[in-house]
Design a binder for this molecule. Sequence first.
Ligand SMILES: [Zn+2]
Length: 475
Amino acid sequence: MPTLLAKNADVLVTMDDERRELADAGLFVRDGSIEQVGPTGELPRDADVVLDMAGQILLPGFVNTHHHLDQTLTRALPAGQDINLFPWLRVHYPIWARRTPEASRWSTLVGLAELAASGCTTVFDHTYVFPNDCRLDDQISAAREIGVRFHASRGSMSLGESRGGLPPDSCVEDEATILDDSRRVIETYHDPSRGSMTQIVLAPCSPFSVTPELLRETAVLARSHGVRLHTHLCETFDEERFTLTNFRQRPVAWMETMGWLGDDVWFAHAVHVNDDEIHEFAKTGAGVAHCPCSNMRLASGIAPVKKYLAAGVRVGLGVDGSASNDASNILLEARQAMLLARLRIGLLPPEGPRTLLSTSDPLQRSEWMTAREALEVATLGGAAVLGRSDIGALAPGMCADFFSIDLNTVDYAGAMNDPVAATVFCAPQKARYTVIDGRVVVQNGQVATVDMAPVIEAHNRFSRELANPQPTRSL
Ligand SMILES: [Zn+2]
């Protein structure tokens, strides 16, 4: 069984039950699982692979709980830069519908490479347009190629424009096809065991792109196979208007009617919720994928993350699709989560006694998101959202998923009084090493498992073709 030793880290953040932060420490891995964590002097002296982490901070791998990897093909699209969600979707739907199976591989590799180099070791992806014989299999095989722990969703859209939905009819599938393929990918790929590298999630896209029947039947199918459920919810006021107009219910109540509140469900965004709905999430165990960059980029709003955490709602981070971020950088997302939670304090009345006017009043301490809280949401929070107890912390018996960052750099100079907080407060840095399942996936900031240069070249070529399907003739 292969072994790996990571030693001499200046600081090691465990996220274990005591939230220990260890100096001059490391960990020993056997067969993808952590066997020992502690001071370097107490670890075995040798292993098949030895990583010297002197001058680095070592952290548990981050968990990304919401993405659309195929959108790396449409980053910074001129027509989609300065509009909010509904018009942004209308611009992108027909372009995404021209994706090919080969492009699925390139976009998955590009998105996962960027994530891994920013410290992400487990990724949930929400693909919901399956044109031109594209299949979930294309993405799962790309994730295995690069070596990232992957929760893939068989997403879906079934409510086209002609029936009152937002997407064009050409982008939706019929429900029997969706459910048959969902069953197929669950039976082919879903591995619920400890240490699993591949899991399947069922994920109808949103209340305005699927029928009530599909929501209900998807939940039944998922629960009969023990897989989790995911969708977008409470992202914009447009969505709220859609469910109020069509179903006479707010989005959360509509989901409850559909049988979609439970501890096997998590929702992307969950920005526009009231206190009762937050309480409902806490009571039923429904989780949240917080996507601050996307929410800012599309002017969607600020999710009440501190309220969710205070209520005991499971919250993880999501970079969201690369066409609405337009980065797949999870460390950047952790920083943005911390900053956006603070901006909310400045924009809204204090949560405490109304006589308080100063954001610095000690009674408002609990409203501030700290760097360590952001790190916890990025690791343990994401693991909880995905229903995993084997990732998110560095302790014996946990998966060997971690990353390191060089501390002795210009970017961190002057911040070494608290190197742990520096990873969130200072500009997001590339990982020196990212290890997933005991395998070195990123080395010196570069993906070590796949030659990315030809992938980037093919990805860029196809991305230009997608955006310009009928190039003008050159004179
Ligand atoms: Zn999304």
